[in-house]
Design a protein around this ligand. Structure first.
Ligand code: P6P
Length: 334
């Protein structure tokens, strides 16, 4: 059987009128940028790209050299094509306007160029997360407000994971497809046609060192899983925490599980650590398209109305049965 490359998949989606040609072009450009990021990441110490850049991002976190390199790769790849109205990134405080010499398009692209970058220096999988929105009509220079759309408005979302394999997981709103990079040819080849998250699981992901800071529903839920088959859930659970959202979510997309980053008492004024617009929303879109669920403990993440570009959110996502249980415990606490 002939291989289905990302390009062939996108052309066939366009032919069936499900994917406009300029959205197809956008995805191909982002995929090409992810190949370049994969190449930069894989050099490691040999490429002089490890360590800190000597600057902080908008969250006040030290930027890694590869954070900045990855961000620049995505900006440079996307700014000239005429498919975007503007871009936004975890690494930039304000929206990035398309330079005047280039035509503008109708989409907004948001990304975390290198999620989990604290893991790079220890050679753990990292990734690029991206989300695509339509730019509201009649806006020539989209400022932050144009981006503030709920996750249900996304027309596409995906991530690249730079691990033992480089893979691109993509949804255009018609399920989730997985593509593996064939480095010999330089093409992403479809290796996972219709990915489904198992409704049930025995695996959870949370940073357990924060337990003393969690709210009561999270403590109850995790305690019940730790109680195993002798406890109220009647089964033994396993735990994984890679501290790279792309890697943890990829495992869950592949074999089920629940990923949790709850709000906690360390920063009570913040609803959580992860960012809504370019981490939680795209990952929620993918997980829901694969039959899973994603809430902030109380509400569906993709229904949340954003109020700022870099706002944070609590995240419970993955196997539907467990996300519903965690959410039920929060609602009972209300
Ligand atoms: P912690 C990486 O910095 C990140 O944003 C996500 O990729 C990851 O899930 C989370 O933070 C890890 O946070 O507090 O466990 O280091």
């Amino acid at each position: 059987m002939s291989r289905i490359t990302l390009s062939r998949y996108l052309i066939e989606q366009t032919r069936s009128q499900e994917t406009p040609a300029d959205l197809r072009f956008l995805i191909e450009v982002v995929a090409r940028a992810c190949k370049a990021i994969s190449h930069a990441v894989s050099k490691g110490a040999l490429g002089g790209v490890l360590g800190n850049a000597g600057s902080d991002n908008v969250q006040g976190e030290a930027q890694k050299k590869l954070d900045v390199i990855s961000n620049d790769i995505l900006l440079e790849a996307n700014e000239w094509g005429g498919h975007l109205a503007a871009m936004a990134s975890e690494e930039m405080e304000k929206a990035y306007q398309i330079p005047g010499e280039f035509p503008k398009g109708k989409y907004l692209l948001l990304f975390d160029p290198l999620d989990g970058s604290s893991n790079i220096d220890v050679n753990v999988s990292v990734g690029t997360i991206f989300s695509v929105l339509r730019c509201p009509e009649g806006i020539d220079a989209p400022c932050e407000k144009a981006f503030l759309q709920p996750g249900v408005e996304q027309v596409a979302a995906g991530y690249a994971i730079y691990g033992p394999q480089t893979m691109l997981m993509l949804t255009l709103g018609h399920g989730v497809k997985g593509f593996t990079l064939d480095r010999e040819v330089g093409s992403f080849v479809m290796t996972h046609d219709d990915i489904r998250v198992p409704e049930q699981t025995k695996e959870f992901a949370i940073n357990a060192s924060n337990q003393r800071h969690w709210e009561a529903p999270v403590k109850r839920y995790v305690d019940e899983m730790l109680a195993g088959e002798t406890g109220p859930l009647g089964k033994n659970y396993n735990m994984r925490w890679i501290a790279s959202m792309v890697a943890d979510v990829h495992r869950i997309l592949t074999r089920g599980g629940i990923f949790m980053y709850p709000r906690d008492a360390r920063e009570p004024e913040k609803p959580g650590k992860l960012r809504l617009m370019y981490e939680a929303n795209p990952m929620s879109f993918i997980i829901e398209q694969a039959g899973g669920a994603a809430t902030n403990g109380l509400e569906r993440i993709m229904d949340l109305q954003p109020t700022s570009l870099h706002e944070r959110v609590a995240v419970f996502l993955g196997s539907k049965e467990e996300v519903e249980r965690a959410t039920r415990y929060h609602r009972e606490q209300q």
